[in-house]
Design a binder for this molecule. Structure first.
Ligand code: NIG
Ligand code: FE
Length: 415
């Protein structure tokens, strides 16, 4: 059964284990960073952790009294929640190395987009690619993230901009879920850019997204949420709202590419629709921050795009902290603004570029990224009753993941 069809997850109450308990797996001599508190890594040194049926059933400072089918001696390694990359555009044809060079020679991202390059050049290559070609190229990228300890990934469509190619992309995302040991969460991003067929008729394209694409995608259960690029080179506030209304009418959740290049009040809009997250946010206003805080909408920051576009305006991190808005961090992997396949590097950049702390950056790729996907009851922290989607790391402390960069860390997923 595909994960999109599973019933909503209900955490088990395993506080009281029966006397005849036998764990499937018991980890011993393990350092645990639970990520279950807001103010700390939730460290338990030299503890143990028991798993039954893929669920965390025991977390303790001393070894449990119960037997296990398999006991793993971690020899002082660290167990952490599996990392979550909550914003990617992993599936596309071609690449845009040529545009990188154009930008180095002075062209801006907006200029390249307006001249028909940018997202549209990836649309042409994606329309031309077969499902197998898209699957093969995305598989190689996915493997890089899995090797880095990523156990959940969100993947957006948005390089099709016609029903056929959007469906092709979402089906590839669903096939990746079937073929790889990773939780894949597909998002429909039909309103990513205006396709050439609708030049001068952006309202007509939004009608297509709302009236034809969303109903089919919801009906075929190909995505769980809908995203829009709300921007002066993307879609307006009003058009975004129209897409959100259609999404909600079909039982899909919403999220938004908001305030990346200018302030469009998109973050306030997505919050008003109880959105999961508002992403990018360099140009976010105080008024929108307050709306996000009220709605519980996560701020997903994307240091890779910030870096690669050589942006200088920082997202308002201190104001987000002050308002209590949870902050997630993601790769935003895409061929135009963030061709990066390292969530660990994003953790470092969140610290160096955004002055987040190593604790905040790890929260950003675990519990807060789970919130950004609406999955925080299920994954994102080590708590009894949550899914045992965990990774064992050969490190000395979890802050090392943010500190050391340009290197990989030995790890092993226990999913
Ligand atoms: O998240 N801003 C819009 N979408 C992507 C870029 C897509 C592209 O340039 O291909 C982003 O930055
Ligand atoms: Fe993006």
């Amino acid at each position: 059964m595909s994960q999109l069809e599973t019933k909503p997850f209900t955490p088990l109450n395993l506080d009281q284990l029966p006397n005849n308990t036998v764990f499937d797996t018991l980890l011993i001599n393990v350092n645990i960073a639970t990520m279950a508190d807001t103010n700390s890594f939730g460290i338990i040194n030299n503890g143990s952790l028991g798993i039954i049926d893929g669920i965390i059933a025991y977390i303790g400072e001393v070894n449990s009294q119960y037997p296990a089918k398999e006991t793993v001696n971690a020899n002082g390694q660290w167990i952490l929640p599996g990392l979550i990359d909550c914003h990617t555009h992993l599936i596309y044809g071609g690449n845009r190395a040529n545009e990188f060079e154009m930008r180095l020679n002075g062209a801006t991202y907006e200029e390249i987009a307006k001249a028909g390059g940018g997202i549209i050049s990836s649309v042409t290559a994606t329309r031309d690619a077969s499902p197998q070609e898209l699957f093969d190229s995305a598989s190689k990228r996915l493997e890089c993230l899995i090797e880095e300890g990523v156990t959940t990934i969100e993947i957006k469509s948005g390089y099709g901009l016609d029903l056929e190619t959007e469906l092709k992309m979402l089906r590839v995302a669903n096939k990746l879920r079937e073929e790889f040991p990773i939780r894949v969460i597909p998002t429909f991003l039909g309103a990513h850019a205006l396709p050439p067929e609708y030049q001068d008729n952006s309202d007509g394209y939004i009608d297509l997204v709302c009236d034809e694409m969303i109903p089919v995608i919801a009906n075929e259960k190909l995505a769980t949420s809908v995203d829009v690029f709300c921007e002066n080179i993307g879609f307006s506030y009003e058009q975004t709202e129209k897409v959100f209304r259609a999404a909600k009418a079909h039982g899909l959740k919403v999220k938004l590419h908001a305030e990346q290049l200018s302030d469009q009040s998109g973050a306030a809009l997505v919050a008003q629709y109880n959105g999961l997250s508002a992403d990018h946010l360099e140009y976010l206003s105080q008024a929108s921050i307050e709306q996000m805080a009220k709605a519980g909408t996560v701020a997903t920051l994307l240091p890779g795009a910030f870096y690669f576009l050589r942006e200088t305006k920082l997202p308002p991190i201190q104001a987000l902290r002050d308002a209590g808005v949870p902050i997630a961090i993601a790769t935003d992997h895409n061929p135009g603004t963030s061709p990066c396949l390292s969530i660990i590097l994003m953790m470092n950049m969140a610290c160096t570029l955004f002055k987040m702390t190593p604790l905040e950056s790890l929260q950003g790729v675990t519990i807060n990224a789970a919130k950004a996907l609406g999955l925080d009851k299920e994954i994102g922290s080590i708590e009894i009753g949550k899914k045992a989607e965990l990774v064992l790391w050969d490190i000395e402390h979890p802050n090392q993941l943010s500190y050391q960069f340009g290197t990989s860390f030995k790890n092993e997923a226990l999913t």
